[in-house]
Design a binder for this molecule. Structure first.
Ligand code: FES
Length: 112
């Protein structure tokens, strides 16, 4: 039977606690975080790019492998609770692929 491929994502909380989550290819990073019980991702809008409460900071080498944020995502990054950095992305806009196995992201101290 076909099993959808899984990858591992590491979420590092603001207190430096790290949690590894198994995630499905094709999910958004936000969906993987919510399914994995990562409480540091609020995702109030459910991925419709209207809340900016799914903010993460993406570690290299993955950050530079991601497609760049489009205009709408860049605009919403102005509304994150903790100011965005050059590594900041909205996790609902990151689609998981096999190349992102081992992806490591930091969570901001707050999403509000
Ligand atoms: Fe709302 Fe990402 S979940 S902007």
């Amino acid at each position: 039977m076909f099993k959808s491929p899984m990858i591992t994502i590491n979420f590092i909380a603001a207190d430096a606690h790290s949690t590894a989550v198994r995630a499905k290819i094709g999910q958004s990073l936000m969906e993987a975080a919510v399914a994995g019980g990562i409480t540091g991702i609020a995702a109030d809008c459910g991925g419709t790019l209207t809340c900016a409460t799914c903010h993460v900071m993406v570690h290299e080498p993955f950050a530079s492998q991601l497609p760049p944020a489009d205009g709408e995502e860049r605009a919403m990054l102005a509304f994150t609770a903790v100011p965005a950095t050059p590594a900041s992305r909205l996790s609902c806009q990151i689609r998981l692929s096999p190349a992102l196995d081992g992806l490591t992201v930091e969570l901001p101290a707050s999403q509000y």
